[in-house]
Ligand binder design. Sequence first.
Ligand code: EPZ
Length: 418
Amino acid sequence: MATRLVIDGGRPLEGQVEVSAAKNAALPALCAALLTAEPLTLDNVPSLADVTTTRALLERLGGEFSDEPGGATTVRVARLASHEAPYELVSTMRASVLVLGPLLARGGVARVALPGGCAIGLRPIDQHLKGFQKLGADISIQNGYVEARASRLKGTLITNDLVTVTGTENLMMAAALAEGTTVLVNAAREPEVSDLARLLVAMGARIEGAGTARIEIQGVPEIGGARHRIIPDRIETGTLLVAGAITGGDVTVTGAAPRHLTTTLAKLEECGAAISVDGDRIRCVARQRPRAADIITSPFPGFPTDMQAQFMALLGVADGTAKITETIFENRFMHAAELNRMGARIETDGSTAMVRGVPAYQGAPVMATDLRASASLVLAGLAAHGTTEVSRVYHLDRGYERLEDKLRSLGARIQRAG
Ligand code: EPZ
């Protein structure tokens, strides 16, 4: 299986390309199927490694899938065949923890492997577990597994100590079938959370306030099936626009949701790119060398941590020095050392990175360490003089659908190699 991407850089990307559906909305949407015995149809599930893992997990739990020619996927969990999410699946994809809420709510019992740490941080799930306990579940950790039990969850007030995206999604799904009303305070406001709420309401749940920091869920005894179109991927959109900016090109992304990218687009403009929006089309024209701009990541609607690595690549060739502050994950600068191998001048110290822009990257062999780090190395390779080889691209395949095909359609010289 091809494990590397080979990129001959140094040419401006031009043209338009369509964005895929959001990975971080597709995964919880698929898990929502566990909440009902009725079929759930998702119109545009992206082909990603993480989606394949989620399908395998749902099949273990009793899910049956059918794929329509037009790309729609129907999943039905007529009955729960198991209540266990095994370590071998959860260890490959932390988002597997999103089955915990639905299993507990519908079946009253769940055994889910505790996700370990990952390249970008420890990533505990204490807020998820605290929330389930507040809903009345008995929670224990045994042999590396979360054991959760509840005859019927009971609605209550849950105040999260910090903003957690999948934590909000997990608790929202559990509360949908609880007895009484649940209020989630300090909830995540990410568009993916709102998209999941939109799906759950279409299934018959009663949810208000999604997209704000206070979500109210009035539990119902059961919910049904639905048909749902997943939102576009705002991180893929941002990545493609940065590809235009870093190569001095002119790129238009179609099928996008500009309102989900406000801070990303503002930061691109601060870096000197000309951004124009027309309906679901976003155009980025950048004929000049980027300007340096400081970045502080924060929960939505702040600047997304999932765009930090891509902007570090852009700022690596900017005119001036930029300071990047990563406030969400404690170890999300792994790409800095690899960019330095391409001639960048980046120094990191804890949660800050100082990026002193250089005129150009040099092509080099580099290694991906996580999903967004791999995207930043591809972007640097597109701008570099000479050839860049990015290894361990399996990281990329977890969250980008056919990225190199899309980049090639914009004029990039990029291909996979064994
Ligand atoms: C989601 O992860 C996304 N993944 C991540 O995208 C994204 O980086 C992250 O949100 C932040 O936007 C999916 O949606 C599948 P969090 P999640 O819980 O939910 C700490 C990508 O590149 N925390 O919001 O796991 C945690 O350690 C991926 O597509 C606790 O301490 O992130 C982190 O520091 C990477 N206890 C912070 O909160 C908890 O119980 C935010 O994490 C939960 C989280």
